[in-house]
Design a protein around this ligand. Sequence first.
Ligand SMILES: [Zn+2]
Ligand SMILES: [Zn+2]
Length: 392
Amino acid sequence: MGLHIQAKRSQTKLVVITLLLLIAGAAHQTCLAAARNEIEIPDIPGYRTLKCDFHIHTVFSDGAVWPTVRVEEAWQEGLDAIAITDHIEYSPHKNDVRPSCDRPYEIARPAAQDKGLILIRGAEITRDMPPGHLNAIFLKDASRLDVNDWRDAVKAAIDQNAFVFWNHPGWIEQAPNEVPVWYPQHTELLEKGWLHGIEAVNEYSYYPLVKKWGLEKDLTLLGNSDVHDPICLAYDQCSGEHRTMTLVFAKEKTEQSIKEALFAKRTAIYHKNLLIGRAQYLKPIFDQSVRIINPQVTLRGQGMVNLMVNNRSQIDFELVTDKALNEIYTPRRVTLARDRTVMVGITAKKGAAGGTKEIRIPYTVKNLLVESDEGLHIELPVTVTIIPSEAK
Ligand SMILES: [Zn+2]
Ligand SMILES: [Zn+2]
């Protein structure tokens, strides 16, 4: 009997231990499972919104990661396309990894095909300032950029119909006090048609002056991670951080379509909780993300009514206004939280005339940085019926 009880106790213990192990195992599995996050930024009319990173390093230059791992990281984070752009002229691991400018692409390609991730062949032309560092993507043969003169390297990229952009113009190693300087060599590249884009954001750094140059000189605006470490060491993804990336508004999800969109300058930069780019693309992103669930409301007397405003994107839109409307009071600040419906209270002004009116409530979205660094101007359209308090 005593033995039986002991055996039963052992059995119970075993069951408990097994359950704990199963739970631990399940949790472990959840962490390791190859699951893809979806980046919730909507398409815009006529175009797919593709999430891309065109500046990534591997062990084949000064990165710490094997090329196939870059593919896995990008797929899990929810990206649609990447370019691996190892330094042509700088390969500190060359005694451990045999350097070849085209090897990282060749190694990563089967993994990318398996995952449906678009992999673009690229390289980083790595020179002192000026001209600094330039990425060339959509290459056919990266090794042809391995030449002495930087002009010959850029020409070798242009001869392959590559898209060329200036990396991190405000990088402290090449720009004293992180103030970017535009040199005559950049004018030369621009005038030859050899410079197509510019990184207004590199990794964690946003250069407002570079955004201004990009708009003035009609260049494609890019933001990339320039990641060297494993992505999870560079960004705290468990806390919801994402890498800096370029949104490309492409007709289709293909490499050719991305190339066409880059040359047509249809991009925006997604950096922290900011979108940076031309208003013609950021406005439709806002419009596709935000919807007023009850766009027709009735205001009785001085009572408040809530507009229910839904934001289906993963960006918190920060709205501010200093404009007063004639008929109604509106809040000066509203945060349209990501993936939420937010109440925006409005009240009729004393003495407002009765009747039904279309009112467009003006706001500036502070974290959508367009041509003006103040933010994108938008309007929330509502139909308001005002029933004044009965005159006494
Ligand atoms: Zn660089
Ligand atoms: Zn780089």
